[in-house]
Design a protein around this ligand. Structure first.
Ligand SMILES: [Zn+2]
Length: 294
């Protein structure tokens, strides 16, 4: 190496550490897509907090900016408010939270938005991708599911979005849990106990003031029941957000936790998508490093 090459090497090395550190730290890289800037939180806030606590890299992406989700606010001002709420929610559990600038209530599975998703998955160099299933009551949720499915193979094709290097290995794609029955009900392939992080998850949801204490109670007709005091309304949120574990999820917990499953009170469950990499049970244990050694 001559002096010129050495100089060049030092310049490149100085610019490279963040990327190299990311690539070589041996931690998982997890990305989740929701349609709105609070969707990922309710479906995967618990495991996100668990991954983050173990030093893994987690990013939540809201595909729309949420600019329709309020009874008396809207447009750019609401989008800005919700972007800040999402960033605060992410900060509270130690993950990144990005809000894309697509209009709320108007999402369609266009080529433009597909490219946005492909780039986000590649830039994050994701090992695991989470999204809603494409059969959901809300068109934005439905099309977020379709958009992530549409990206599930294209992320490895170099000629697609050549400005962002393609992944060499397809991630594993999972769907969030939902209760929709048609055309087929959710199948819990993996379930993770989240009793240790329910408080963190609640704190994350509490950050979405415009939704938890304004818009969602307005839609439900319970706005007059929301306490004004921050502590009291957090308790109100806690009561409204508690969920029991279904029999199907209980069975899945038994598969992954064995005898310990019976003590789990709250869980998040996920269905494996057919389109990405198909992991063995051993790989699932590496991707979800929360299960007891068996
Ligand atoms: Zn939503």
């Amino acid at each position: 190496m001559n002096a010129f090459q050495l100089g060049l090497f030092l310049i490149v090395a100085a610019a490279a550490p963040p990327l190299l550190a990311q690539q070589d730290d041996g931690k998982l890289r997890v990305i989740a897509f929701g349609a709105h800037p609070d969707d990922c939180d309710s479906r995967a806030g618990g495991i996100a907090a668990k991954y983050a606590a173990l030093g893994h890299h987690v990013k939540f992406v809201s595909v729309t900016n949420g600019d329709a989700g309020h009874q008396s606010e809207g447009g750019g001002a609401l989008a800005s408010r919700r972007r800040k709420e999402a960033q605060e929610a992410g900060r509270r559990i130690g993950i990144e939270y990005e809000t894309l600038d697509n209009h709320d209530g108007e999402l369609v599975p266009s080529l433009d938005v597909r490219r946005q998703i492909i780039r986000k998955i590649r830039e994050w160099r994701a090992d695991i991708v989470f999204s809603p299933r494409p059969n959901d009551y809300h068109p934005d949720h439905r099309y977020t599911g379709v958009l992530v499915q549409d990206a599930a193979y294209m992320v490895v094709v170099p000629n697609i979005c050549p400005d962002t290097p393609a992944l060499r290995r397809n991630p594993v794609f999972f769907y969030f849990q939902d209760n929709f029955q048609r055309p087929n009900p959710f199948r819990p392939d993996v379930a993770v106990g989240i009793d240790d992080v329910t408080e963190k998850k609640l704190q994350m949801q509490d950050a979405h003031t415009s939704q938890m204490y304004e818009w969602l109670p307005y839609v439900a007709g319970t706005l007059d029941q929301v306490p004004k005091d921050p502590k009291a309304r957090l308790e109100w949120l806690r009561k409204g957000r508690s969920r029991t574990v279904s029999e199907a999820v209980q069975q899945t917990l038994r598969k992954w936790y064995g005898a310990q499953a019976s003590s789990i009170r709250s869980a998040e469950a996920f269905e494996l998508c057919e389109y990405g990499r198909r992991p063995s049970d051993d790989e699932v244990r590496k991707l979800f490093p929360f299960f007891p050694i068996q």
